[in-house]
Ligand binder design. Structure first.
Ligand SMILES: [Zn+2]
Length: 117
C-alpha cells in the first residue's frame, strides 16, 4: 500500500464516519419523537412499535459501524492498518478500497462469521 493509497482510504473512512454519524443522530431525533407520540397516544398501534424497534436496530448497527471505523482509524495511526488483526497477514488493497473499515483478511473474516475461532 502506498502513502497515497493510505491517504485515500483515510479520507474514505472519515467521509463514511461523517455520513454514519449524521444518520445516527437523525435516527436518535426520530426515535425520541416516536417516543413522544407514544406518550401522547397510549393506544398507538403495534405496527408503530415494530417500526420503532426497527429504527433502534438500525441505530445500533450504525453505532457498530462508527466503532469499526474508529478502530480502523486508530490502527492507521498506529501504523498497522491494512494488516489482518487475527493472522497478521496483509489485507488486499482491493478489499480495503471496497470496505475501508475492514481489519480482518477475507479468510479470517469468513471464519469469524462462521463462528469458528
Ligand atoms: Zn487473517
Amino acid at each position: 500500500m502506498t502513502e497515497e493509497d493510505r491517504k485515500t482510504l483515510r479520507k474514505s473512512l472519515l467521509d463514511q464516519l461523517e455520513q454514519v454519524s449524521a444518520k445516527a443522530s437523525a435516527h436518535e431525533t426520530r426515535l425520541s419523537s416516536d417516543h413522544a407520540d407514544e406518550v401522547r397516544d397510549v393506544l398507538e398501534t403495534t405496527s408503530h412499535r415494530v417500526e420503532s424497534q426497527l429504527d433502534a436496530q438500525i441505530a445500533e448497527s450504525e453505532e457498530n459501524l462508527i466503532a469499526k471505523i474508529g478502530h480502523a482509524l486508530e490502527r492507521m495511526d498506529q501504523g498497522n492498518y491494512g494488516l489482518c488483526e487475527h493472522c497478521g497477514g496483509e489485507i488486499p488493497l482491493a478489499r480495503l478500497q471496497a470496505k475501508p473499515s475492514a481489519t480482518l483478511c477475507v479468510g479470517c473474516q469468513e471464519k469469524k462469521e462462521n463462528g469458528a475461532h
